[in-house]
Design a protein around this ligand. Structure first.
Ligand code: AHR
Length: 501
């Protein structure tokens, strides 16, 4: 039997709510159709935003939303997306699917979406093909309340009050689609561009995010910090508040990727092992960051993560539309537990992407909407947002070996909220075996106040015809005994327990 000892006397760090963030790019049917249908659509909407999508997203408490890309960000010229819609430029989205981008969703629409969601805003600027002036004027347009050309333009376009940018990304993947730069070149550009991301409202400072590494490119992290580190803390604060990291799970590698719904048990474990690699990435990039920033003032911002499979047969390959199974529930559960455990350094993470693209939480088809298994995991884990990570230790857990891939049977994270309620999220990675776990506490005894599970046959997924095949269900296989709690976790499951004294 596995044992999970919870040291409820030791709070390790605060789990930033933004770890549960999302990403929406002008890619495929994420923004258009998935979120924004326009005011004249027959699909119920408020100011063009799908009501069903906004309502579903509010249930998982979206803390922050990143936009407009991704690779699209470094091709995006924000002035194309403001002003009367009929006058907005139509162009080809050369990066994603070669479809017409009519710019009907732009800056005003993004801030309206975030208003409806009640979330923080993360705007990603264009370094790859944009100028310093363009970036600087965008910030002025959005956030300046005084007299200036851009503030006047915003008012002319119907928005009197400035909005708030919570986070600003200075470029995206500048080692690749954002300009194919070498790290020292990007680091110098970062120094320059960020200078003009002005904080017009000192009471609401914009947190600046520097473009970080792809996967295990530790050289990028070190070089970027090396070139910028003369801005040592406390000056670093306000110069660089976050450094990003991107990592996608491709079961069969970048070229082949692999099907979202057809895989055998070996590929199940390979996928989960690749999801677990996030722990090594966060640890090793984190160690480099520690050398430059031992006080951990700069957040690690994993602003793109998730499983990336071969797109669904018959769909535009440039749209990255994929199904989402119980395997994705486990990828999400494992990854979010890793972020929780590293919440001393990881300050934000954005799942790629929110609707209809990659490991989406929602899929749409016309007026129909489906919540994916990943959605249900985000719903389970929402209790961790803003809670204190507690020290917790798992013992009695073996490794499951599948060819060259090894995964532990269980992964977990435990937090305590402001009311003293504990949230335990625990994943059983085994494809076929249930696992019993006994929870013990350093101090006091707890009762299960609420418990849910997301599980099922490995390939199970939700379709527009059967939208509830995989859902969050009540979990009852637990009992309390002498101050301890025993739970029997089904195979291939993500379980959430809320514990009260
Ligand atoms: O999320 C899809 C793409 O993946 C993003 O546009 C890019 O930043 C990354 O390579």
């Amino acid at each position: 039997m596995a044992k999970l000892h919870i040291n409820n006397l030791k709070r390790v760090s605060t789990i930033a709510p933004e770890i549960y963030g999302h990403f929406s790019e002008h890619l495929g049917r994420c923004i258009y159709e998935g979120i924004f249908v326009g005011e004249n659509s027959e699909i119920p909407n408020v100011n063009g935003m799908r009501t069903d999508v906004v309502e579903a997203l509010k249930e998982i408490r979206i803390p922050v939303l990143r936009w407009p890309g991704g690779c699209f960000a470094d091709e995006y010229h924000w002035k194309d997306g403001i002003g009367p819609k009929e006058g907005r430029k139509k162009m080809i989205n050369t990066h994603w699917g070669g479809v017409v981008e009519d710019n009907s969703f732009g800056t005003h629409e993004f801030f309206e979406l975030c208003r409806q969601l009640g979330c923080k805003t993360y705007v990603n600027g264009n370094v790859g093909s944009g100028t310093v002036q363009e970036m600087s004027e965008w910030v002025e347009y959005i956030t300046f309340n005084g007299i200036s050309p851009m503030a006047e333009l915003r008012k002319k376009n119907g928005q009197e009050e400035a909005w708030r940018i919570d986070y600003f990304g200075v470029g995206n993947e500048n080692w690749g689609c954002g300009g194919n730069m070498r790290p020292s070149c990007y680091a110098d550009l970062y120094r320059r561009y960020q200078t003009y991301v002005r904080n017009y409202d000192p009471a609401a400072p914009i947190l600046k995010i520097c473009g970080g590494a792809n996967v295990d490119d530790y050289h990028w992290t070190r070089t970027v910090l090396d070139v910028t580190h003369d801005h040592t803390p406390p000056q670093f604060h306000g110069f660089m508040d976050g450094l990003s990291l991107h990592y996608y799970v491709h079961p069969e590698g970048w070229e082949i990727k692999g099907s979202a719904t057809e895989f055998d048990e070996a590929v199940w474990y390979k996928t989960l092992a690749k999801a677990l690699f996030m722990d090594e990435l966060v640890t090793r990039h984190g160690h480099i960051m520690d050398e430059y920033d031992p006080e951990k003032r700069i957040g690690m911002i994993v602003d793109e993560w998730g499983a990336w499979y071969t797109c669904e047969p018959g769909t535009n390959p440039g749209f990255l539309y994929q199904q989402n199974t119980v395997r994705d529930a486990l990828v999400a559960g494992i990854t979010l537990n890793i972020f929780n455990k590293h919440s001393d350094r990881v300050k934000m993470a954005c799942l790629a992407q929110m609707v209809n693209v990659l490991q989406a939480v929602l899929l749409t088809e016309g007026e129909k909407l489906v919540k994916t298994p990943t959605y249900h995991v985000f719903h389970q884990y929402r209790h961790h947002q803003g809670a204190a990570l507690l020290e917790s230790t798992l013992t009695g857990v073996s490794e499951i070996e599948a060819g060259e891939w090894k995964v532990p049977e269980l992964t977990e994270a435990v937090s305590e909220d402001g009311d003293g309620i504990l949230t335990v999220t625990i994943n059983n990675l085994s494809a076929s075996e249930e696992k019993t776990v006994e929870l013990s506490f350093a101090e006091g005894a707890y009762q299960v106040a609420e418990a849910t599970v997301v599980s099922g046959e490995l390939h199970a997924h939700n379709t527009f015809e059967a939208p509830e095949t995989v859902k969050e269900e009540a979990f009852t296989a637990h009992r309390s005994e002498a101050g301890r709690i025993k739970a029997v976790l089904p195979p291939a499951s993500v379980t959430m327990l809320r514990l009260k004294k």
